[in-house]
Design a protein around this ligand. Structure first.
Ligand code: ACO
Length: 318
């Protein structure tokens, strides 16, 4: 599998830390020093479908393709505009594709899960080109009176078009069913037959527990996936990590003993956009001209589930 093109899309509204401090007991100083985040984009009247379609069309254009060239559409989202139909299905119609489409929920590791599924579809001969779109509206999931979570997140979409050419060297996915430290409960419904209900709850996160999990698993995954790819860490040109918190990325970098310039960042201006985080970063570094053909990329993400995903690939795009 190789990446042919990337795209991304963000809501129009940028919310700074000072904007948040107007209604929360927080400060620009606290948020910057604890997370590295300065601002993030937040949905106002946009739909997730609109963001997903903009990212998808940008990736297709970047690849020199149209939606008619796509024969499978994989969407990663924690919470689409509608519970049903899936975001993938409505996106397929929106961009004029005529192919199977579905959503997956791998939380923040969703892009790595979707790439792995795309690789399997390509290898099985079920598709020749797959469009992967990750779109997340975290601002709809957090409790905006909970300063320990709402300051961390942003909204956005990232996309990649892939085919079966040579590029992907190794993938590693993990999942461990544990909702203790990171979860969200939907509306319980009103079935007259249900004898117990989980109460509805906005996104809950035990930050310090997730911090420890994120650093240790990201380091473990990156070491394992590089070993599986036969690539020494020194030969990785770019480490694209889930942009959850600059301190997590710095801690992983220090443990891996790699230089700062190999770890591009956009968490300062995007916040944590869940599964859209890695593809948005990939699109931004690609469009900034930082990726050369032959470069080795290592990606890593972690999130609710708990899930983790990592891959190593050779960048082939001119
Ligand atoms: N402003 C001011 N003070 C705050 C804020 C805020 N926004 N949020 C928390 N605090 C306070 C706490 O109440 C606490 O006060 P106390 O000591 O009086 O009780 C103090 O700051 C320290 O809180 P901690 O939670 O210990 O702060 P920490 O340094 O661990 O940073 C953070 C918190 C940023 C959430 C960090 O733990 C983290 O990044 N964790 C990982 C989160 C993550 O990576 N999530 C992504 C994966 S999952 C996903 O993407 C959905």
């Amino acid at each position: 599998m190789r990446i042919l093109g990337t795209g991304s899309a963000l809501p129009a509204l940028t919310v700074t830390n000072d904007d948040l401090a107007k209604f929360l007991d927080t400060s620009d100083e606290w948020i910057r020093t604890h997370t590295g985040i300065e601002s993030r984009q937040v949905i106002t009247d946009e739909t997730l479908l609109q963001l997903a379609a903009r990212a998808a069309n940008a990736a297709l254009e970047n690849a020199g393709l149209t939606s008619a060239d796509i024969d499978y559409l994989l969407c990663s989202t924690v919470q689409a505009d509608t519970v049903t139909p899936s975001l993938g299905c409505v996106l397929q119609a929106e961009i004029g594709a005529a192919c199977p489409a579905l959503d997956i929920n791998g939380a923040c590791a969703g892009f790595l899960y979707a790439l792995d599924l795309a690789d399997a579809l390509l290898k099985a001969g079920k598709a020749a080109r797959v469009l992967v779109v990750c779109a997340e509206g975290m601002s709809r999931m957090v409790d905006w009176s909970d300063r320990s979570t709402c300051v961390l997140f942003g909204d956005g979409a990232g996309a990649a078009v892939v085919d079966g050419g040579e590029g992907l060297l190794a993938t590693r996915l993990t999942s461990a069913g544990d909702a203790t430290f990171l979860n969200m409960h939907p509306s319980p419904g009103n079935s007259p037959f249900a004898t117990s209900h989980l109460p509805m709850r906005a996104l809950y996160m035990d930050g310090p527990e997730i911090y420890r999990f994120a650093v240790s698993h990201s380091v473990k995954d990156l070491r394992a996936v590089c070993e599986a790819a036969g690539v020494a860490l020194e030969y990785v040109d770019h480490f694209l990590l889930h942009q959850a918190n600059k301190r997590i990325i710095d801690a992983a970098r220090v443990r891996l003993k790699q230089p700062e310039e190999k770890f591009p960042l956009n968490v300062q201006v995007r916040g944590n956009t869940s599964s859209a985080s890695v593809p948005i970063l990939l699109d931004e570094v690609s469009r900034a001209g930082r990726l050369r053909p032959g470069d080795i990329l290592a990606m890593s993400a972690f999130g609710a589930g708990l899930t983790t995903g990592a891959c190593v690939l050779r960048w082939t795009k001119e």
